[in-house]
Design a protein around this ligand. Structure first.
Ligand code: MG
Length: 267
């Protein structure tokens, strides 16, 4: 795994703003995302991570179980309004942009070319430039950003949020969330507008498990010590944007730790 300086510096930023690690929505995988409802709520574009979100790590083809959900997503938002932002394909590690071409071929959507890793502000700038260049430009708060890593995908999405200006006339998307305002801190959090940060907690293939454990521990700590019983955005949003998928009750086949270690040892 290459050294990701912007990722390594995230814990320092979390000391100042620990809420950056809190997702707006938690799902197992994208089959649980209610795309028609997201569109009705005003979201017009989407950014997806690739590895362990749409594909197996270091592969370019879609996980077969996600085929219908992925097609629905592209139909609802439009293929050019859905962008893959990966720290492998399209990044500076992707020599000759060969993997980016392959991912576009397999997933039928563009892959962002970006010189700096997620969750850097430079990468955010590249995402904004892409959506601003569309025939109908898409604003940050009209984006859904989906990924499986809290310290990269979710922190990046939350870094794109900004304070709502008093003149900003758009209504809150989730009227129910207004009832969760219990104190000034909640009200302040709701004053921010930005992308919907969606965390896919399911892992298609075991990878970076110690970092995932650390991420979950950080989220748990922030929930217990910073948020402390105040309304969590992912709880308020779950009722509206998460749908139950009966086939997901069957746990997907995942590579066991021992099998993974065995395969690694054989290489
Ligand atoms: Mg990933």
């Amino acid at each position: 795994m290459p050294f990701n300086l912007p990722g390594v510096l995230v814990p320092l930023h979390l000391l100042v703003n620990p809420r950056l690690v809190i997702p707006s929505l938690i799902i197992k995988d994208i089959r649980q995302l209610d795309f028609p409802e997201l569109r009705r709520a005003g979201y017009r574009g989407a950014v997806f991570d690739k590895d362990n979100c749409l594909t197996l790590p270091h592969r370019d083809a879609l996980v077969p179980e996600l085929k219908d959900a992925w097609r629905e997503c592209r139909e609802i938002f439009g293929e050019n309004n859905v962008l893959i932002v990966s720290n492998s394909a399209g990044s500076r590690l992707d020599a000759g942009e060969i993997q980016a071409e392959s991912v576009t071929f397999h997933l039928s959507v563009p892959v962002l070319r970006h010189p700096s890793f997620k969750p850097s502000y430079s990468c955010i700038g590249s995402i904004r430039a892409y959506f601003a260049s569309l025939p109908k430009p898409i604003l940050d708060e009209e984006l859904v950003i989906v990924g499986d890593r809290l310290l990269t995908d979710i922190v990046m999405a939350n870094r794109m949020a900004r304070r709502r200006s008093p003149s900003h006339g758009r209504p809150l998307r989730d009227e129910k969330s207004e009832s969760t305002i219990r104190n000034a801190s909640d009200a302040l959090a709701l004053e921010k507008i930005g992308p919907l940060a969606v965390w896919t907690s399911g892992v298609w293939e075991r990878e970076s498990m110690p970092i995932r454990w650390l991420e979950k521990s950080i989220l748990k700590g922030v929930k217990n010590w910073v948020v402390r019983g105040q309304g969590l955005p992912y709880e308020a949003n779950a009722e509206r944007f998460v749908r139950r998928v009966p086939e997901m009750d069957v746990v997907p086949q995942r590579m066991s730790l021992w099998k993974s270690l065995w395969n690694r040892w054989r290489k």
